[in-house]
Structure formats: C-alpha cells, structure tokens
Write a protein that binds this ligand. Sequence first.
Ligand SMILES: Cc1cc2nc3c(=O)[nH]c(=O)nc-3n(C[C@H](O)[C@H](O)[C@H](O)COP(=O)(O)OP(=O)(O)OC[C@H]3O[C@@H](n4cnc5c(N)ncnc54)[C@H](O)[C@@H]3O)c2cc1C
Length: 402
Amino acid sequence: METADIIVIGGGCIGASTALHLAEKKAGKVLLLEQKDLANGASGKGIGIIRTHYTHPVLAAIAYESLQLFHHFEERFGGYDSGFNPCGYFVLVGEPDVETLHQVVAMHQPMGINVQLVSPQTAIDHCPPSFLDVGDVAAAAYEPDSGYGSPPKTTLALAKRAAELGAEIRTQTPVQAVKLDAEGRVAAVVTPDGEIATRTVVDCVGPWARQFAVHLGLEFPVKPIVEHVVVVERPPAVAQFHPVISDLINLCYIRSDADQAYTRIGNSDPKYHQQFALETADQFHGQQFPDICDELYHKLVRRCPALQSASTVETYSGMWGVTPDYQPIIDRLDFVPGLYCAVGFSGHGYKLSPVIGDRVSRLILGETSDAVKQLELFRFSRFQANDLVKAPLSYAQARGLR
Ligand SMILES: Cc1cc2nc3c(=O)[nH]c(=O)nc-3n(C[C@H](O)[C@H](O)[C@H](O)COP(=O)(O)OP(=O)(O)OC[C@H]3O[C@@H](n4cnc5c(N)ncnc54)[C@H](O)[C@@H]3O)c2cc1C
C-alpha cells in the first residue's frame, strides 16, 4: 500500500500553504489530495482583499505578518506571483462607529501596523475625480500598504512551491474517508485509486468541513454560504484605478482591477448569511440568489454615484464555510489522534493563508511556541464550551470586522 507521512486534504489556499510549510520544514513525505482542481472552492472565487483591519488583536497580528509575506511573496516563495497589488485600503464608517474606529487604529499602531486615521476627503483624493460620495462618512482609516491579491494565483503559487520542495500535489483525487485503526487513530485515507496509509491527516476542506467529517462522527459547525460579487466597468471619466474600500455604512467592500477599469463589489452584511446558506457544499454550482446583485449594485452607486451609468460586466458567486463566530477552526483533534484541521475561514481566510500554513505545520511538528499557542483561540472545543471568539471591539452593524 502507498504510504505518506502527512496527507493534506483540500487544495485551496489553506491546504496549499500547509503543504508548502510542511515541505519547507522537511516533515517527511507530504501528499496534498484535491478532489477536483486546485482552487476549486472559495479560493477560486475570492475577491482577495488583503488588509489588517481586524477588531481582534490576534487576527490583526496574523494579518499583519501575512501582509508582510505578501509584500515579499516572490522572494519568499520561489519566485511565484500571488497577484498582490499594494494599492492601499480605506475603512469608511458612520457616526456610530467613530469611537470604535479610533480604538481599532490605536490598537493597531503599537503593533507596527501602518494605519492612520484620515479625513474622508483623503479617500476622495485617492480615487478618480468625483468618484466617491462621503456625505455620510464620519471617519476613515487608511492602510497604505494593504490592497488585494489573486486567491487562485496565490493557491497555485503555494502549491507549485510546495511541489518544488518535495510535496506531492495530486488533483482529481477525492478523499472518500479517513480510516482509523482499532485504537481509533488515523491509519489511512481512502480514495477512488485505493488507500494510502498515513498517521497524520490535515483536514483543509474549507466549506466541505461539515459533510466531510460526518463519517468520523464529528460535527463541524461550518455552514456553506453563497457569496455574490458584481463587476462593473467604470465609465471613461472615472476609469482611473482606485484603492480598496471597506464601507461599514453600506456593509460592502469594493476594489478595482489593475489591468482593466473594472470595480468589484461584495457583501459584508451578515443579515444575508442565513438566507444564502446551503445544506452541503456539494449543492454549490455557482447559483445566485435573487435580488442580492441588484442590492449590491445599489450599494455601489450610493458610495460611488459616478457609477450610475456603469455597465455590469459580470455577476458571479463563490462559497464560504462560516462558523458561528466567523472564525476558523484550527486544531489538533485529540479524539481522533493524528487528525488536524484548518477549516471554516468564514470569508476572510485568503489574506491569512501564508501564515496559517506555517502555524499549522508547527502545530503538527509539535512546536509549543507562542505562535502556536495563539491557535488556541481557534480550538474546536470552543463551540461545545460556548466560549466563542469575541473581539474586544465591535462595530455597530459590521460587528467584529472579519
Ligand atoms: C466571493 C468571495 C469573496 C471573498 N473575499 C475575500 C477577501 O476579500 N479576503 C479574504 O481574505 N478572503 C476572502 N474570501 C474568503 C477566502 O476566499 C476563503 O476564506 C479561503 O479561500 C478559504 O480557503 P480554504 O483553502 O480554506 O478553502 P477552499 O478554497 O474552499 O478549499 C477547500 C478545498 O477542499 C477541496 N475538498 C473538499 N472536500 C474534499 C475531499 N473530500 N477530498 C479532497 N479535496 C476536497 C475542495 O475541492 C476545495 O478545493 C472570499 C471568498 C469568496 C467566495
């Protein structure tokens, strides 16, 4: 029977990063198994915003470390391109959130994060003339070093580098089951091509987490949710590139493409999430729920009236795996010795992925550093204990910016 020291299941940005960091640390024979193609799930459709604006200090710290990796991605990861564009990032808030924005910025600055409170006019000045309406914006923050990347490019880059370092990446290989030995420890994975013996499995199946773990008797509280994106072409008068904007008043996020005058908008209003939930991730086939794309377009035009006459180029959807506190589950699952997981990134996992792979690899290799201890925040048992991740700061509607 074929054997591997560590099998990573799932070829999204989290699985690819985990395989890479394991290979870098010479963890033995590392095999990544992906049921379809790399970036088949959330990582294929993400809008790719990379920012540090989190209301929880641990997430802000991980995001900051990750941002630095994105800035040096090519040197750090074998010359491959993540599509990172450090075009700058603005957070816009209304009156009820001014104090929270000030507190978040005050928390971030001593961490070394390059962020400033700025006037709403500064956001106008960074955009094409007459692009933004900031009439309802009471305060703004600016991260000049943040921006966006390409989740599919990043996933492929991480996987290619992992392969160069000795990991084997096998696509079109669904894992049908994890087999346990008589003591209940991980013994093998089952695929259509046969079994592969291993003592260590890392579950990185993203929104598939709940359905995948059923056969192990585990209940992962990860709900697959459809997330929509509208793409418009900016008219010539406002064709100039604009930075990324988190609009905490209209509850949406906006970014420009670098190579064409397109603006992408996605939803950050949690009120829709229940409505857009699927029973299983396999039910996702790119479907779009009624009315939400029109709603997104109206949000866009409220913030950017110059786009009133913009033509819609495309609407599409992707899928998130969302947990009850919108934070991932990253853990060693001691009730199935040999099983680890990094799933449920709830719509914000891309920006964290270069660091998460490093942390998961350290956890597997038995490190007990502070960096690994940080992962306790994301432990599986928090749901049973009703001890969910709670940020010390919270926006009125957007709550903890995730
Ligand atoms: C529209 C949209 C916008 C987003 N915007 C942002 C953003 O701006 N910034 C940000 O940071 N994040 C964003 N995200 C979230 C981000 O894309 C995800 O958090 C991230 O991609 C999760 O990666 P993952 O590897 O955990 O999961 P996935 O990319 O879903 O990967 C899981 C993989 O596991 C595979 N798999 C499942 N079951 C099996 C099995 N049994 N055997 C083998 N393989 C299996 C799947 O095929 C899939 O490829 C967005 C997501 C969407 C959809």
